[in-house]
Design a protein. Structure first.
Lengths: 285, 300
């Protein structure tokens, strides 16, 4: 048993992958708390798909993958923010258009590559085991930046998320905070791409906080619980994928999904079992 | 119909409006003594105007009720005052500055319907938010902030509910918590959207006692309401609007059947000198962009 846990740690690539998975779990849980409370899940999905042409462009230009993904993701995030404030079309319609359009552009670029082309699947679903030492350092720096910004502005972000009108009237720059959240979501997605890929990032963002929301009604506890779930799923999921010889990103997401379902069934507030118990005790009392 | 605003010291519109009830108060005097001053303000959403030619001066220490039918622009007026909505035209001064400039001296309480009551925050968290703007980024709430929160909760009678999630509260308790948040911010101007709507009589009396006390301390309190009886009994002054100012003055003068008939049009029945309001008190009078609305407003 101990061998199962310690054995993989003999390989440097596994240690790097483990650190990366835990970090992604942490950053996604923190930013995901705001994503869930603000209802930005669909926007997160759109931003991650929009990173695809950036990744392909970075590959074509032989530039760093994080830079291409970062520029594309942040630009899309700010564009969505702008459209949602200005345009006279429904925001989900605008996102739907951007989402599919940017992703199609990525596929277009990808299919235009001549000669040797990289593995499409690892772009779409990530491959954390292939992470290099430099990539891990970049990931730590970017993730650290996101966490530092949240540490500085968590109060303001909380107030503006809960009551934008009251916060705005009290002098908080609500519009700028909105853009800040979108930019943080974009950077978080860039941090997560190597681990879970474009398609599954949204689960990393949303699932830990959604699970925590079933278990607590306090903001601070919710974020702490989301972090435990995110980091724990990253570590457990990576080991599971190693033992079972299956895709790591998908396994991490599946662990999170399983925890969500358990919380949904057994949770004290929304738990289906809890509800039945409450109902039967009311009947007796 | 009114002069352009090229000359900031000439306000013919202000004269006209104020003399309707505030006989003898000239515009310059009103502006100099006003906590809140609007001149020929027009505002709305997208391309649809909601408020037109609003001219108004509110002195410091006033307890003012804003009344009018659904769609009259009561909430819109409050948003303009709070700096949440930029007017299309006209001039606004709040606490001697453009709206939003003195934001930390302003506490705004939105309508209960616009709040997400399932949000994972406790009563104590919400009231502490009143302290956030003055704290600024990086600084954590300290002893003084916790004391201010405790005092505010004490004043609204919600001290023992500090740890409760806001969704677990009754309608009246929810209004108490948001008023506590406003009190914790220690503002000079309270802007309250329907603070006494949908709550029991005891809560209404207690909240009005608090607002009266704040006004007596020189704070300005402006509250929209559908409750004409409350406006008549508990507010010193009343502003009756229906997209324009219909009347503004002492509540006894404004709340007479003629003025009310002009304010509410067909929504009001006058039966033997008693005004009966045919109005849905729980309805948003002006949905913001992106807000859901379930009824169609009929513009007067």
């Amino acid at each position: 048993m101990i061998d199962l846990v310690l054995g993989p740690l003999a390989h440097a690539f596994f240690v790097r992958a483990l650190l990366a998975s835990a970090l992604v779990g942490l950053v996604c849980a923190v930013v995901g708390t705001y994503v869930v409370l603000k209802g930005l899940a669909f926007i997160g999905d759109a931003i991650s798909h929009a990173a695809f042409p950036g990744i392909v462009a970075a590959f074509l230009l032989k530039g760093p993958f994080y830079l291409g993904a970062g520029i594309a993701a942040v630009a899309t995030a700010l564009a969505i923010g702008w459209v949602s404030r200005r345009a006279r079309i429904r925001i989900d319609t605008a996102i739907g258009v951007l989402f599919a359009g940017t992703f199609a552009f990525g596929v277009f670029l990808f299919s235009a590559m001549r000669g040797w082309s990289p593995d499409l699947l690892s772009f779409l679903f990530g491959n954390v085991l292939a992470i290099s030492a430099e990539d891990l350092l970049g990931l730590v720096a970017l993730g650290g930046l996101v966490l530092a910004v949240v540490a500085i502005f968590w109060k303001e972000l909380l107030y503006a998320t809960f009551d934008p009108l009251g916060a705005g009237a009290a002098g908080l720059p609500v519009a700028r905070l909105e853009y800040l959240v979108l930019a943080l979501v974009a950077l978080t997605i860039v941090v997560s791409l190597q681990a879970v890929g474009i398609i599954l990032v949204v689960a990393m963002l949303v699932t830990p906080a959604a699970t925590a929301q079933l278990l607590t009604v306090r903001f601070a506890a919710l974020m702490r619980l989301a972090i435990v779930i995110g980091v724990g799923s990253g570590v457990v999921g990576l080991y599971l994928s190693d033992w079972l010889r299956v895709a790591s990103g998908a396994t991490i997401v599946l662990v999170e999904t399983a925890l969500f379902l358990v919380a949904l069934l057994l949770g004290p507030r929304t738990g289906l079992l809890g509800l039945r118990r409450a109902r039967s005790s009311r009947r007796q009392g | 119909m009114t002069a352009p605003h090229d000359h900031p010291h000439q306000h013919p519109a202000a004269d006209r409006q104020l003399t309707t009830v505030d006989a003898g108060l000239d515009a310059g005097h009103a502006r100099a003594h006003a906590d809140l001053w609007l001149s020929d303000v027009t505002a709305g959403y997208d391309t649809r105007p909601v408020l037109e030619h609003i001219t108004l001066a509110v002195e410091a220490g006033t307890l003012l009720a804003v009344v009018g039918p659904n769609g009259a622009g009561k909430s819109t007026l409050l948003k303009v005052m709070a700096g949440l909505l930029r007017p299309w035209g006209g001039r606004v001064e709040v606490l001697g500055a453009p709206p939003g400039r003195e934001a930390r001296r302003v506490a705004y309480v939105p309508q209960a319907e616009t709040v997400d009551w399932a949000f994972p925050v406790t009563v104590g968290d919400v009231v502490m938010m009143g302290r956030y703007p003055a704290l600024g980024p990086l600084r954590r709430p300290g002893t003084a902030d916790r004391r201010a929160v405790a005092t505010a909760l004490e004043r609204v009678g919600m001290r023992e509910h500090e740890q409760a999630q806001i969704g677990a509260l009754s309608g009246g308790q929810r209004r108490r918590v948001f008023l506590a948040r406003a009190l914790a911010a220690e503002p000079d101007l309270f802007l309250l959207d329907e603070p006494v709507t949908g709550i029991d009589a005891t809560t209404q009396e207690e909240l009005m006692d608090l607002l009266e006390a704040e006004a007596a301390r020189g704070k300005t309190v402006i509250a929209t309401t559908h409750d004409l009886a409350c406006a008549a009994q508990r507010f010193q002054r009343v502003l009756a609007i229906n997209r324009e100012v219909v009347a503004h003055g002492p509540s006894s003068l404004v709340l007479d059947p003629t003025v009310l008939a002009r304010t509410y049009g067909g929504h009001l029945l006058v039966l033997g000198g008693q005004a009966v309001l045919l109005d849905d008190a729980h309805h948003h009078d002006q949905p913001a962009p992106g807000e859901r609305h379930y009824h169609d407003d009929v513009a007067p």
